[in-house]
Design a protein around this ligand. Structure first.
Ligand SMILES: Cc1cc2nc3c(=O)[nH]c(=O)nc-3n(C[C@H](O)[C@H](O)[C@H](O)COP(=O)(O)OP(=O)(O)OC[C@H]3O[C@@H](n4cnc5c(N)ncnc54)[C@H](O)[C@@H]3O)c2cc1C
Length: 299
């Protein structure tokens, strides 16, 4: 075996696990493709001591600190194949390298499926937001929209009403809200617009207005949206790891997937997306992998 652990994905969860494992004197390889989900956001918030930094700054400080550990190697590459071997796993990368290890950790995150609405992609992470805990404070009290329908749209609108009283729910078609939900939104003075959302007018990613079917425009400064997602990396499924009904990697209380020896941490296992939680998951997964290796050395 070249390494004891290969970590695929070297963003917040992967770097955090690498730090924990490197400090536990484990021989670790991190393979990272360099495409974290928050790369378009100008400022990251709600991570202690790094509030307002760029996402890259936070990761770069961690990468820099990781170079202190002789136990950890970081490579910019992309894992394109992985297979089980007699006593561990083999990983093939885009650059043609083959690495082996007895444990794998997938810290590969998820990819957001950006809807086919003109301007949406350009504004994603700048003024079209996924989470008020990450970005809500900066845009509080401003004319705000939520795009969503049914239970998801209702819950998001209710949540966002904590940050602004000037709120519109764009259902983008016939509302599928219950009478009770409609009543609650009305009592909070949340406007509901059901016209089709056709485009987001913006300047350098800053939303100016929403263009609706029927030549209508609605001025807002910020829009919240929950978009569908997919696992960023399909190698775990190829290796037989199960997904939950919601599409996250299924892990036990020790961050181990349904395949012994393969672990997962970060956005790929939970809808609770935040840098702090990804870092926390990485620390936990790293400690549990180290325990697994210690326990198995005594068998
Ligand atoms: C637009 C946006 C803004 C956000 N803003 C905030 C914020 O302000 N504050 C906050 O706390 N959270 C924020 N978040 C959430 C936060 O970014 C995520 O929770 C966090 O990035 C998850 O970390 P991760 O390590 O699990 O995954 P990611 O950061 O997504 O990293 C996954 C890494 O794995 C790599 N990878 C995937 N597949 C492979 C492969 N096959 N081979 C090699 N590498 C691979 C990717 O290239 C990437 O580098 C934001 C999220 C989004 C989408």
């Amino acid at each position: 075996m070249n390494y004891e652990i290969i970590i695929i994905g070297g963003s917040y969860a992967g770097l955090s696990a690498a730090t924990t494992l490197g400090r536990a004197l484990r021989k670790v390889l991190v393979i990272d493709g360099g495409k974290p989900c928050n790369r378009q956001t100008p400022h990251s918030h709600n991570f202690l001591t790094r509030d307002g930094e760029t996402p890259a700054t936070i990761a770069n400080i961690a990468k820099d600190q990781l170079t202190r550990y002789k136990t950890v190697k970081f490579v910019h590459d992309f894992a394109i194949d992985a297979a089980r071997q007699k006593r561990g796993f083999e990983v093939l990368t885009l650059s043609g390298k083959i690495y082996t290890a007895s444990r794998l950790l997938f810290a590969t995150g998820i990819t957001d499926a950006i809807p086919d609405i003109l301007g949406f992609a350009e504004c994603w992470g700048i003024s079209v937001l996924h989470c008020p805990y990450c970005h809500g404070y900066e845009v509080s009290y401003q004319p705000t929209g939520v795009i969503g329908n049914g239970d998801g749209g209702f819950e998001m609108a209710k949540l966002i009403s904590n940050w602004t009283k000037d709120l519109t729910l764009f259902t983008n078609g016939e509302p599928t809200l219950t009478a009770a939900q409609l009543q609650k939104l009305k009592s909070k003075k949340i406007k509901i617009i059901d016209s089709e959302v056709q485009a987001i007018a913006h300047h350098n990613g800053q939303v100016k207005s929403i263009a609706l079917a029927g030549n209508l425009n609605h001025d807002i400064n910020v829009l919240y949206a929950r978009v569908p997602f997919a696992q960023h990396c399909n190698l775990p499924q190829q290796l037989g790891c199960q997904l939950t009904d919601m599409g996250y990697m299924a892990v036990d209380g020790f961050y181990q997937t349904s395949v012994p020896g393969i672990y997962a941490a970060g956005d790929n296992i939970t809808p609770m997306r935040s840098v702090a939680l990804a870092v926390s998951g990485g620390v936990s997964a790293g400690a549990f992998i180290n325990k697994d290796l210690i326990d198995n050395a005594y068998i």
